[in-house]
Design a protein. Structure first.
Length: 135
């Protein structure tokens, strides 16, 4: 509760620095149902502040919850994160949701190639196994 009060005070004072925006995003993620439109707006603000393609990827995830996977894929297609394993797992999941299973298979495989831990590998192998051959 104290953290939320500090966040509210910062926002009331007009503090919209990157740490405050990140705290607001984290706070919104704690509420059910999640306020995806507000989360997307905050990620957009944070992306402008930081110029980070990873933040933009997170915005795409929020956009997927609002407008569906194709809208999010349009954002991901603008990002250059080929060596970032979470980009590929995110891309794969959105492709899977969009019914583009063959493309999802390739993205899951790229994420698997970049995976660094056994739990990650097991998760990605499970996702690959869920995709029907030939889809």
């Amino acid at each position: 509760m104290e953290g939320r009060q500090i966040l509210q005070a910062a926002l009331t004072r007009g503090n919209t620095g990157s740490y405050t925006v990140q705290a607001a995003i984290a706070d919104l993620h704690m509420h059910q149902p999640r306020d995806w439109p507000q989360i997307a707006v905050l990620y957009e603000t944070l992306a402008r502040q930081t110029g980070s393609p990873i933040v933009e990827m997170n915005r795409a995830i929020a956009v997927a919850e609002i407008h569906g996977p194709e809208a999010a894929l349009a954002i991901l297609d603008t990002l250059e994160l080929d060596h970032y394993r979470y980009f590929h797992s995110t891309h794969a999941e959105l492709l899977r949701r969009a019914g583009r299973h063959n493309d999802a298979r390739h993205a899951y495989q790229r994420a698997l190639d970049l995976a660094q831990t056994d739990p990650e590998r097991l998760f990605l192998q499970g996702r690959l196994a869920e995709l029907k051959p030939g889809d």
